[in-house]
Design a protein around this ligand. Structure first.
Ligand code: FAD
Length: 432
């Protein structure tokens, strides 16, 4: 039996970044043969794809962004975001309300009318759909904001709270009106420029932190049992390997932790059962032609099309595909039982290629690569009771002495920069 001071469950960016700031008396226990979790990369047939969907490096915390960029040394460059919304065959600049002139004329008119003559303007919204009506009016809400959000969350926007609306860009009225008559504006400057690894996809960032880890990173080490053993935490793998730790940090999704932590408080189980998440299917596609698309991503609110976003890995780094070929990723959010998650990989590919042809991005006779990647945990969904449930869940775990860190352990809609920021904070606490 192996004893160390700190055990970290899970080798995604949270676990790896934390270990990078600790001494050598640390284990990271990761079930896959590859570290990275949601930040992992798929490299096949000359293509490089971010496994869970496109990842960019950005942060409101300039210190953390500096750490991320520095960690990559020479292997990083800056790119400009070129996102569009696919609306009835037109490509509208992101955010939608900043390019209303690109819509069919009747739609432009309905959006402007709803924006200026808004019966919801003085309401006090309590959910995402009503917030949209108040902020953008009925035209923009019904044509774009509500259908898109219904798709990405795979949930009714009337049942989603207001937790993340501060992240949604709200251009000034002048910009909306200018754009509606065809005067270009750039409404969303945050993330206009982002960093990305030149080589190796987003996982290169995780590997850069991993190279600083002085403790041990165990791969193919599947946590099968977590329990207290006196003052220690005792962790057992599926193969019967046993490790003990003075301090335990969990980065596994809370719902996965509860499957292997039989002594977990009943309160934690009851609360976690109320935390809603959606799952992800990311369809990776390669074609043997290059039409020189300038876009980073297209957002697709149309409910008839299965995916909500298509991205173009070569816009992140030219090295993501061979010369003369184009990689695409099509992301689908789903939940077990909704019929989409149950589709076979062949069916998912078939529908995705059909829809990629409908949005006129490719001709399927040129397709030379396809793969379906599934993640059970994609996005935490901030339903109306989210804040109360998640706060009580975290408190119930903290009372046991276990630390939670990361997107699905803390159950928080955070990106890798915040994972790193929190890893830094926790490393300072644990070093005391
Ligand atoms: C579609 C999408 C787009 C995103 N875009 C961006 C972006 O542009 N920029 C950005 O910075 N972030 C982005 N993110 C967020 C980012 O991916 C996450 O915040 C981050 O990867 C979370 O890392 P984590 O270590 O907390 O969790 P995870 O990556 O989920 O790591 C948990 C680890 O635990 C392991 N594990 C699970 N069960 C066991 C077990 N029983 N035993 C051992 N190990 C186990 C898993 O294999 C995994 O490696 C995006 C996320 C998604 C889904």
């Amino acid at each position: 039996m192996n004893h160390r001071r700190i055990g970290i469950l899970g080798g995604g960016i949270s676990g790896i970044a934390l270990a990078a700031y600790l001494d050598d008396d640390v284990d990271i226990l990761e079930k896959r043969s590859r570290i990275g979790g949601l930040c992992a990369t798929v490299v096949e047939n000359g293509f490089t794809f971010d496994a869970a969907g496109p990842h960019i490096m950005f942060s409101k915390n300039k210190e953390v962004l500096g750490i991320m960029v520095a960690a990559l040394g020479d292997n990083v460059h800056q790119r400009r975001r070129e996102n569009r919304i696919w609306f009835k065959g037109s490509l509208v600049k992101y955010p939608f309300e900043n390019d209303l002139a690109s819509l069919p004329k009747e739609d432009t008119f309905e959006c402007i009318l709803g924006y200026l003559k808004n019966p919801h303007a003085n309401e006090e919204p309590t959910n995402l759909a009503d917030w949209s009506y108040k902020t953008f009016g009925e035209g923009i809400s019904d044509k774009y904001f509500i259908p898109y959000n219904r798709k990405i969350w795979n949930y009714d926007p009337k049942k989603i709270g207001l937790e993340f609306v501060s992240r949604i860009p709200k251009p000034p009225m002048e910009d909306v009106l200018k754009s509606a008559i065809g005067i270009p504006t750039e409404g969303y400057l945050h993330q206009l420029h982002f960093y990305y690894p030149v080589e190796g996809g987003f996982e290169a960032l995780v590997n850069a932190f991993a190279s600083r880890v002085r403790g041990s990173i165990e791969r193919e080490w599947i946590v099968a049992d977590v329990r207290r053993d006196g003052d220690l935490w005792r962790i057992t793998s599926t193969t019967g390997d046993v490790r003990t730790y003075d301090t335990l940090v969990n980065t596994l999704p809370i719902h996965e932790l509860l499957k292997v932590w039989s002594e977990a408080p009943q309160e934690t189980r009851d609360l976690a059962a109320k935390l809603r998440y959606n799952s992800l299917i990311n369809v990776l596609v390669g074609v043997n032609e290059d039409r020189g698309y300038p876009y980073s991503a297209l957002y697709i609110p149309d409910p008839e099309i299965m995916f909500h976003r298509v991205s173009f890995p070569k816009a992140f780094s030219e090295r993501c595909g061979p010369v003369g070929q184009t990689p695409f990723m099509a992301e689908i959010t789903t939940n077990e039982g909704d019929g989409i998650w149950e589709l076979s990989d062949e069916e998912v590919i078939e529908r995705t290629l059909r829809d990629l042809e409908r949005v006129e991005l490719l001709d399927r006779k040129n397709v030379n690569y396809t793969k379906v990647v599934r993640f059970t945990y994609g996005y935490p969904v901030y339903d109306l009771d989210y804040r109360a449930n998640v706060t009580a869940m975290r408190e119930s775990v903290a009372a046991t002495g276990m630390h939670l860190l990361g997107r699905f352990a803390q159950f928080d809609y955070i990106n890798s920069d915040v994972c790193i920021e929190r890893a830094l904070e926790l490393s300072a606490t644990l070093a005391r």
